[in-house]
Design a protein around this ligand. Structure first.
Ligand code: FMN
Length: 167
């Protein structure tokens, strides 16, 4: 069965709710399997050889993807350069969470997708986290703080990438 893996990082849960909506969108498409993977959890990079599409998601932290996501992407880049893993030709999508920089982190993810030769088959989705950074001020961050519209866009992202694999 064609498989889409949704690889994301999340520190306070916002991007995680996006990632779950993306993978649910994938699973809405009959005949396509969706996997969810948080960077940092035990995982063999060579597993990516077997998947058909890769969707990447990261929050913006200090104007960039998280350190963990960056390390993961650098590993993929290194594997490509040393011919250990070839991802070019696979389909992909990207999503990002932000609070004040309008989602520039999308551009950062896109650069890696280009380097890896993964073809984006759906428009990127970025979602505004109005509560972002409030933990800096001792504020309580509600667990579910993403709006329905953003979740819907994430779900559509998953559906479009998955539909692309059915040919
Ligand atoms: C330490 C810290 C740094 C952040 N840096 C940025 C930033 O550079 N640009 C931005 O737009 N949002 C920034 N944010 C807001 C996060 O991107 C936003 O809260 C996001 O939803 C967090 O995702 P997560 O809950 O999946 O970790 C920052 C938040 C924190 C706590």
């Amino acid at each position: 069965m064609p498989t889409v893996v949704v690889i994301y990082d999340s520190k306070t849960g916002f991007t995680e709710s996006m990632a779950k909506a993306v993978v649910n969108g994938v699973r809405d498409v009959k005949g396509v399997e969706g996997e969810l993977l948080k960077v940092g959890t035990p995982f063999s990079v060579s597993r990516l050889d077997k998947v058909d599409a890769i969707v990447l998601g990261s929050p913006s932290y200090y104007g960039d993807v998280t350190h963990e996501m960056k390390a993961f992407l650098e590993t993929l880049k290194d594997h490509k350069e040393t011919n250990k893993l070839e991802l070019s030709g696979k389909k992909g999508g990207i999503f990002a969470a932000y609070t004040w920089d309008k989602g520039w982190v999308i551009d950062k993810l896109q650069v890696y997708m280009n380097i890896l030769g993964i073809e984006l088959v759906a428009p990127p989705v970025s979602a505004l986290d109005r509560m972002g950074g409030s933990i800096f001020h001792g504020g309580k961050v509600p667990l579910l703080r993403i709006d329905e519209n953003s979740l819907q866009k994430c779900s559509e992202l998953g559906q479009v990438v998955a539909s692309n694999l059915r040919g």
